[in-house]
Every structure is written in C-alpha cells, then in structure tokens.
Write a protein that binds this ligand. Structure first.
Ligand code: ADP
Length: 379
C-alpha cells in the first residue's frame, strides 16, 4: 500500500523563504495526481519533500501509513523523473535500465525479468543496444521513465518531465505517459506548470499558489466549479473572465447585474434569486468563461463592449473586448466564437452572459456560487 498523506506541512528554506504553508493532502494508493501552479509556487519542493531530498519544517509526511519525515531517500520506495533527465551517456539503454537494480544487488535473473517488463511497458525493444546520444528526445525521455519505473516503485514522482521537449513531441509523449501511468499501479504525483498537461494526466488536479493549496478536484470540477478567483483565472485557455460587479434587485423575483455603469437583467430561477439576494449590493467578482459569452440579438439588453482585438484561429475566433463604462484598469473580456468570424477593431458589440454559467466570487476571491448548479439554462 502506498497511499500518501501530507498533514499541515510547512517548509521554510534556510534563508527564510517560506515555500510551503500548511499543506494537507491525502493521495490514495494507485491514484494519479497532477500538481499545477505558476513557477515558484512550491511544486518541486513538495516533490522533494516526498522523495526525501528535503525535510519538512513542520507537519507530518507519511507513505503507506508510515511517517517518513526523517527517512532517507533510499529508505523510501520512491522514484523520481526530473525535467533534465540524466541518462549515463556511455551506457547503452539496457545498461541504463539495469543500473538501479544492480545498485540494489538484485540477482541477475531478477534484473533481467524487471528490464524485460519495463522494456515491454515502454516499447523500448529496438533501442536496448543504443547509446543515449543515438536516441531522439522523446525516446530518451521514455528510457528515463523506464529507469525510474524498473524497480517498481510504490510512489512515482515526475517533475516537469516534458518541459525540454518541443510542443509537438510534448503532446505525443503526454499521451504515452497517460497510457503508461494508467497501466502501472504506482501512486503518481506529476508536477507541471502546464494546465493542459495537468488536466489530461491527473485523475485529480491539485492547484498550488504561493505555497498554499488552492483546490484539489477532478479536472471537470476544477473547470466547472473553481474554488476561488485564482483557480478560475489559472485553469482554462483563455482563462475565465473575472469582472467587478454587483447584484441589484428591484423586486423579490428579479435580479439585475451591475457592471460599471451598465445594468443587465439576470434570467435566473426563483430559487437562485432567493439564494443570491443575500449578496445584493455587495462588491463581487463575477466569472464567466469565454465560451459562455454570446452575441445579443436586437431584442436583448446586452452588455455593451468594444472590440479591441480579434484572433482568427481557424476553428474559432477569440475576441478581446473592452467593457464600456468600466474604468481603467478594467479587465479585457475574452469571447470565444466557433469558426472564422470577421470583426474589426472599435466595433461595438452587445453581449449576453449565459446565467447558467455565471460564477460569483466574494471580495476576497472565494467562490460563493456556480451558476451551473443554480440557474435556468436559457442560452
Ligand atoms: P516550483 O517548483 O513551483 O517552481 P519551487 O518549489 O522550486 O517552486 O520553489 C518554491 C520557492 O522556494 C521559490 O520561491 C524558490 O525560490 C524557493 N526555493 C526553492 N528551493 C530553494 C532552496 N534550496 N533554497 C532556498 N529557496 C528555495
């Protein structure tokens, strides 16, 4: 069993950098967790703590139910793949794979059995007699993973293993890793700053910022119900639009949304009106994803905006919009339209905000409600 538990972990480096603050997370045996966050948020520190390369300043770290705070890396059955995967350049692929097993003084027949297993797992059959310099970047990466997996670790740690590869290869190897991880039973923690990688590789995604856990959820939950404005603004490409707004209401049944000097009707259910009334006239941020902004018809009261820029991407068009009457530094809203659509700079557009997909956040950025659950899906 190799479940992992971080309990109230703090890590302060000598010199005073507080890299991790009060971090708690339980990972189940065999689970694949992707850890994502901006550069410097503490992702590698968490991995290094787990690998035994760093010691927590406070808190408890356990693997398989055993507290490992003071165990050496060798005492933990943990393997790690770094971004600058170092293979021994003078050794063939076969000898690179054998090396960690020889270090453990395993019998020859056992070494051969394990190397055979990992060779099959990673499709390395034709490459065993080559030297690392005779391999492509992607093949070298596979061998590096093989070398980490060959001793069948209970915990497999990957620290940005794809960041040295070009974009095309990244996508290809990402699919290979995803397939591989699904076939191994090792509990995996995968670190990346790339949200697409996190969302495709993790059964669960943990978002970190400034050393603190922001949210731990399935990729879908993270996208549909971000816990705060940080997660809303980090997950999604382009990310969720976040606009300063207030709810106003002239009667018991109806709500309006005030954005700058504009006021829009909100077509939400009576239950949602009843719930949201508690936040009337409170400074809020509303969140809406680019795909949930729609062009208003002549009949609708829409949000008035001005086109600042348009990106034609072939399968979709991204519009960058200034919202009229929002004082600078007003955020630019991004709208996603499918297909190629021609717009010109300075064009005025009126938008509908799909209320079924409106997220409310308080002034501190914490989620109050997600429209998906509470609204009439009108659009
Ligand atoms: P990430 O992997 O998310 O980029 P890191 O875990 O590497 O972040 O770093 C988190 C913070 O800790 C950063 O501010 C970094 O400068 C600092 N840090 C990392 N390693 C050390 C170290 N050995 N000594 C001092 N500070 C460090």
């Amino acid at each position: 069993m190799a479940n992992i538990a971080f309990t109230n972990i703090d890590k302060t480096y000598p010199g005073g950098t507080q890299a991790i603050m009060d971090f708690s997370l339980a990972i189940a045996d065999g689970e694949r967790v992707a850890l994502v966050g901006p550069s410097g948020c503490g992702k590698s520190t968490l991995l290094r703590l787990l690998a035994g390369l760093e010691t927590p300043t406070h808190g408890q770290l356990s693997i398989g139910g055993e507290v490992v705070n003071y165990q050496s890396p060798q005492q933990r059955n943990v393997a790690m793949v770094f971004q600058d995967y170092a293979l021994y350049p003078h050794m063939s692929v076969r000898r690179n794979l054998e090396f960690p097993l020889k270090m453990r003084n395993l019998p020859r027949v056992e070494i051969e059995r394990q190397v055979h297993w990992v060779t099959d797992l990673l499709s390395l059959n034709g490459l065993l007699d080559r030297l690392p310099r005779q391999l492509s970047g992607g093949q070298r990466q596979r061998v590096a993973m093989g070398r980490a997996l060959v001793r069948q670790p209970a915990v497999f740690l990957m620290d940005e293993p794809l960041s040295n590869l070009d974009a095309r290869l990244r996508v290809q190897i990402r699919a290979e890793i995803s397939d591989l991880l699904a076939r191994t039973s090792a509990t995996t923690l995968y670190v990346t700053h790339d949200q697409a990688e996190a969302m495709t590789l993790g059964q669960r995604v943990v978002v970190l910022d400034h050393g603190r856990l922001q949210q731990s959820a399935s990729p879908q939950e993270l996208y549909e119900r971000p816990a705060n404005t940080f997660v809303a603004g980090f997950i999604g490409n382009p990310p969720m639009n976040l606009l300063p707004a207030q709810l106003t209401g002239t009667s018991e049944e109806r709500l309006r949304l005030r954005i700058g000097k504009q006021s829009l009707p909100l077509a939400v259910s009576a239950a949602t009106v009843a719930l949201w009334r508690q936040w009337l006239e409170t400074p809020l941020s509303i969140g809406i994803r680019p795909e949930h902004l729609h062009l208003a018809t002549e009949m609708d009261e829409g949000l008035r905006t001005t086109v600042q820029d348009a990106e034609y991407l072939g399968h979709e068009t991204l519009l960058y919009l200034h919202i009229d009457s929002l004082a600078p530094p007003a955020p630019v809203a991004v709208m996603r339209l499918s297909g190629m659509r021609a717009f010109h700079k300075g064009e005025m557009l009126r938008l509908l905000l799909s209320p079924a997909h409106l997220h409310l956040f308080d002034a501190a950025g914490l989620a109050l409600d997600h429209g998906v659950a509470g609204c009439d899906a009108r659009y």
